[in-house]
Design a protein around this ligand. Structure first.
Ligand SMILES: [Zn+2]
Length: 425
């Protein structure tokens, strides 16, 4: 890959507790950041003049279903269980192999174009999803979603891919095990996923406490909360990524205080499906890590983490009727280093520091919406959006420059997704 030099950056490195901007040059060698200094004068294979634009770590999306791009705008405005049963699951059953590839590729480009450099995906048909991740250049954690209905088909895939990727420190892909949710996985299925995670020496990605309906179902079936149900089956003995995490009791939070990993808060999906509000403020007070996620396109409509940041901030302020319930910089951390902690990747990504993988975005701050720039953290959370991102670098490779993809053909991918939508919807 060679070397990449970013000149004249206004750097928001997301290290520490303040949003001070430093004027820096950044040198990348292969996939890692090797120097961050006031001036670096070396011959590099590629030089980008940042022109005093803002440079920050790529954003981290901690919960996604990449292949659901096809469902953008499809049968919206339904509650979760109605939407899954009557809109989504009947179409997913008709997916053919290449649908997974092209739909996921579109999502990868949408993520990269709006500044996300790492996503955490859970779905089925993951072989083709992984191919799309590899071809697009994005970084990802992936998991083969297991439910009671698919229990016999997926386990060996998780082991095979975990062996391929999880021990290679330069791989862009990491593999988790996955149980879909407490309401789609009986105790036998959950236990199988726990065993699978232990065997593959990895963690578990699972939807948890998304709706009151889920809580009711699990209490009726097992006489416990969804968190107690998973805890009793050993899920929290391995690192976890818990998507949504809305309806936790105080005793659930006592259990969760000891987990490795954390919660993926998906504010727009939760708003759109009227699922409730994740109590980020309370979770943070207990030391539980919370990252941001979009969920799939069907329930979110776009994969722009800037929109999620703004919504997450507003939801906490409204929930507590307190404008100080959460600060903009805390939200930025959730979208970067705290998201990395939820995924167990905090030593690799989430900040711009020497030794870390080079996942970097450049944001054009010349627009009216950035003028004047009194506080960069609040400007990014409350004023910016994904289309302000001009350049996206993952693993030291410039994937998008001046909003053009260098290695992917956006028109071709759109064409395939439109054909898939015509056939399936
Ligand atoms: Zn989800």
């Amino acid at each position: 890959m060679g070397s990449l030099l970013l000149k004249n950056a206004r750097l928001l490195d997301m290290v520490g507790e303040n949003s001070d901007i430093k004027e820096r040059d950044i040198l990348v060698e292969n996939n890692r950041i090797i120097k961050v200094e006031e001036t670096i004068d070396v011959q590099a294979d590629k030089v980008i003049d940042c022109n005093k634009n803002l440079v920050m770590p790529g954003l981290i999306n901690t919960h996604n279903h990449l292949a659901m791009s096809i469902f953008r705008g499809y049968k919206d405005d339904k509650s979760l269980m109605d939407w899954l049963n009557n809109a989504i699951w009947p179409v997913e059953d008709k997916f053919i192999e290449e649908d997974f590839y092209w739909n996921s590729y579109e999502s990868c480009l949408e993520l990269l174009k709006s500044g996300t450099t790492t996503c955490n995906d859970m779905y089925f048909g993951m072989k083709n999803v992984v191919n799309a991740i590899e071809d697009s250049g994005i970084r990802a954690v992936v998991s083969w979603c297991i439910t009671d209905n698919s229990i016999n088909t997926k386990p060996e895939e998780t082991i095979k891919y975990a062996e391929k990727y999880n021990h290679d420190k330069n791989a862009r892909v990491r593999v988790y095990a996955s149980a879909h949710a407490p309401y789609t996985c009986n105790p036998e299925t959950v236990k199988l996923v726990v065993d699978l995670a232990k065997k593959a020496e990895t963690g578990i990605h699972v939807h948890l406490s998304e709706t009151l309906d889920e809580e009711k179902q699990i209490k009726e079936r097992y006489g416990k909360t969804p968190t107690e149900y998973l805890n009793d089956l050993g899920v929290f003995e391995v690192p976890v990524i818990l998507a949504h995490g809305i309806h936790f009791s105080d005793s659930d939070i006592e259990i969760l205080k000891n987990i490795k990993g954390g919660i993926s808060h998906n504010p727009i999906s939760n708003c759109k499906l009227a699922s409730g509000i994740c109590d980020v403020t309370k979770l943070h007070k207990q030391g539980i890590k919370v990252g941001l996620g979009t969920d799939g396109t069907g329930s979110t409509t776009t994969l722009d983490l800037f929109e999620e940041m703004k919504t997450a901030a507003f939801l906490q302020k409204q929930k507590y009727m307190d404008a100080e319930a959460i600060k903009a910089y805390d939200i930025l951390k959730m979208a970067t280093i705290e998201g990395a902690e939820v995924l167990g990747l905090q030593d690799e990504i989430g900040t711009i520091e020497v030794g870390k993988k080079a996942d970097i975005i450049i944001i054009d701050t010349s627009d009216l919406r950035f003028t004047p720039e009194n506080d960069i953290a609040t400007t990014l959370v409350y004023a910016a959006n994904g289309s302000d991102v001009v350049t996206t670098i993952v693993d030291g490779k410039v994937l998008m420059e001046n909003r053009n993809f260098l290695f992917s053909d956006e028109s071709e991918i759109k064409e395939h997704v439109m054909q898939n939508a015509n056939r399936l919807l």
